[in-house]
Design a binder for this molecule. Structure first.
Ligand SMILES: Cc1cc2nc3c(=O)[nH]c(=O)nc-3n(C[C@H](O)[C@H](O)[C@H](O)COP(=O)(O)OP(=O)(O)OC[C@H]3O[C@@H](n4cnc5c(N)ncnc54)[C@H](O)[C@@H]3O)c2cc1C
Length: 342
């Protein structure tokens, strides 16, 4: 090889070497960017606490945790159980407000804490991981957290009576403490039978003297209960109900299957329910015989790191109680993290 050829080859090698270094330097920011991006993405799906259910109870837990500087994700599918009721009562400072206005103001206040993120969506699955929990949503995203709060409420299961669902929360009522005052002294019915129907009749007689009981089947009242109901001029109808006639959810009359009808303007109807969210069951949370998630007085379930609050845990079904339980869950959960990490 001539000297000239050797010089050309060695300068080519030098050129390639130097270009490699330059390309390496040029590529560094993009590698760094990718690395940082991955970290940011990982960071965006990582939380101290995920709260599933962002209605009254979940938002109360979120506020307590946001004020404790915790990184919180609230996932909510926006189907609170009182969504059909025009006005909500018996919650101090909001007596007579529209339910969605109470929730909107609560959400606005909770979102003002910068460490709290709120997403609209359905949590579809959950699993225990080595360091905490993973929650998947209907959008296909997954999030991870050290702890979970279920503030998922319950789903009421309506009887197959035409008109019942349309009147729910408007003139078919679940609770006299929430709505009894507004319909006091009105012609009122009770859908119930046996001991629980009798107890409800006794309770509702506090708000009206114009009371009837619709058993929708053969009466299961004892002789003593039947006599007591008669004494208080409470009529018992054993007829099967065909439908509820109503105008925009306001009851006009009960129509019987075998013919005939009876005019009332309010019906109290305790209905069965199912848990709104199945994930607590999947994670192994214990349920009690009535179908509520078992918790201690700090809203802790039997599964370490999992809390539950609001309607999914109690038959005392009011916004005030849901908020109180949510606040307790948030405070106790924060304390748990502090004790673990200090
Ligand atoms: C018809 C009716 C009228 C009422 N009126 C009154 C009243 O006047 N005054 C009063 O104090 N109380 C009233 N209540 C009771 C009150 O509404 C409840 O106690 C309260 O809503 C309970 O709050 P919560 O947060 O536990 O559950 P909810 O308000 O039911 O909210 C549960 C939330 O969790 C979400 N969720 C469930 N599963 C998932 C999931 N997998 N992923 C994401 N989100 C999920 C739901 O979409 C919902 O937004 C009424 C109840 C009913 C049914």
């Amino acid at each position: 090889m001539s000297l000239v050829e050797e010089l050309i080859i060695s300068s080519r090698r030098e050129f390639i070497k130097q270009s490699g270094v330059i390309l390496g330097i040029l590529a560094l920011p993009s590698l760094l960017r990718n690395f940082l991006n991955q970290n940011v993405m990982e960071d965006q799906r990582k939380f101290d606490v995920i709260i599933i259910g962002g209605s009254y109870s979940g938002l109360a837990a979120g506020m307590a945790l946001g004020r404790a500087l915790r990184k919180v994700l609230i996932i909510d599918s926006n189907l609170p159980c009182n969504r059909q009721t025009p006005f909500s009562h018996n919650f101090l400072t909001h007596d007579g407000s529209k339910p969605n206005e109470i929730a909107a103001l609560a959400k606005q206040q909770v979102e003002s804490y910068s460490s709290v993120k709120f997403i609209h969506g359905l949590a579809t699955n959950g699993a225990k991981t080595e360091k905490g929990f993973e929650i998947g949503t209907d959008s296909g995203k997954t999030f991870i957290a050290k702890k979970l709060v279920f503030a998922t409420g319950i789903k009421d299961v309506f009887p197959s009576i035409e008109g019942f669902a349309a009147c729910w929360g408007i003139s078919v009522l679940h609770c006299p403490y929430c709505h009894g005052y507004e319909v006091r002294n009105e012609a009122t019915g009770i859908l119930g039978n046996g001991d629980s129907g009798f107890e409800l009749a006794m309770l509702i007689s506090n708000w009206t003297n114009e009371l009837s009981v619709f058993t929708n089947e053969k009466s299961a009242f004892t002789l003593e209960q039947t006599n007591k109901l008669k004494e208080h001029n409470i009529i018992v109808f054993e007829n099967k109900i065909e439908k509820i006639d109503h105008s925009e959810g306001k009851i006009q009359q009960i129509v019987f299957k075998e013919g005939g009808e009876f005019p009332i303007s309010v019906l109290y109807a305790p209905v069965p329910f199912v848990q709104h969210c199945t994930i607590p069951g999947v994670l192994g949370c214990e349920m009690n015989d009535a179908g509520y998630i078992n918790t201690d007085s700090f809203q802790k379930t039997n599964i370490a790191g999992v809390y539950a609050c609001g309607d999914n845990t109690t038959r005392i079904r009011t916004i005030a109680n849901a908020v109180s339980m949510g606040t307790t869950a948030g405070m106790m959960l924060n304390k748990e993290i502090v004790l673990e990490e200090f």
